[in-house]
Design a protein around this ligand. Sequence first.
Ligand code: CNA
Length: 279
Amino acid sequence: MTGISEESKWKYSASENYRLNEPFPIIIRSMNKENPQIAELFDLIKQAKHLVALTGAGVSTLSGIRDFRGKNGLYNDMDAEKIFDINYFEEDPSFYYSQAGSFIYNLDEKEASIVHIVLGELEKLGFLKALITQNIDLLHQKGGSKNVIEIHGSPVTHYCMRCAGIRVGYEEAAAVVKSGGMPKCPKCRRVLKPAITFFGESLPAQALKDAVTESQKSDLMLVLGTSLTVFPAAGMPEYTLRNSGKIVIVNNMPTPLDRSAFLHFDDLESVFEELKKLI
Ligand code: CNA
């Protein structure tokens, strides 16, 4: 196992140029909406000893939350990296709060999608052992998943970067943001930061450790709705591959690991609608 301490030093960063060092001897098959070979996928799921899912923003587009780099992603019309940049936040938190109001502080209006729900059912049935998510929208929990590793944190808590022990919950923070304000520390009045991992911050150490452990244990990883460009999350399928596990990718744009996928599907909705009929 590569050292966790080394991993935990990794900073959250995006790379468009990631390539695997070594090719893996994996069969490449292309699937699409018209020809879903879901039965084969379900057989893999049933045979897996330690099934893990890694999800990205794509799984929540079906719930009406925009991703970053997909067809209608935030990158088209917002400076998403600036919104989630820790240096920028420290300088001017109002930019984050003004931009994130429309997609983070209205999560109570969002429903779990077919993907969230089927993943929740797969866990309940004992197939899915762990779910690693890059998402910060709390929808996996709404979909019934219990063992959720939130590798990029979550807005459930907002904390003061100066005063130890100050914590404000999502609902209280969302009410302030919805009324045009920013949640502030009751002691020092500094603007609170959500416990989301921003670009330039370290990932939550325990979540990262758990994600690496689960990925290494996994003999089958479902890689769902992620462009696999944000590290270290994007490196999780490699742990599975290096331990002779298989990965199945469901994503409608190319990813750096497409050539290593045992199965590849394009469309999350049709795959999970079909899976639902089988489970
Ligand atoms: P990304 O880079 O935006 O990639 C999402 C991928 O999903 C893209 O390649 C899309 O083409 C693909 N996709 C979108 N919809 C579908 C669909 N219906 N079927 C198949 N594929 C689809 O997002 P990543 O998660 O890879 O990047 C990581 C960032 C994005 C994390 O730090 C997240 O916190 C951040 N993010 C999260 C949310 C959220 O929590 N819902 C929203 C926006 C950004």
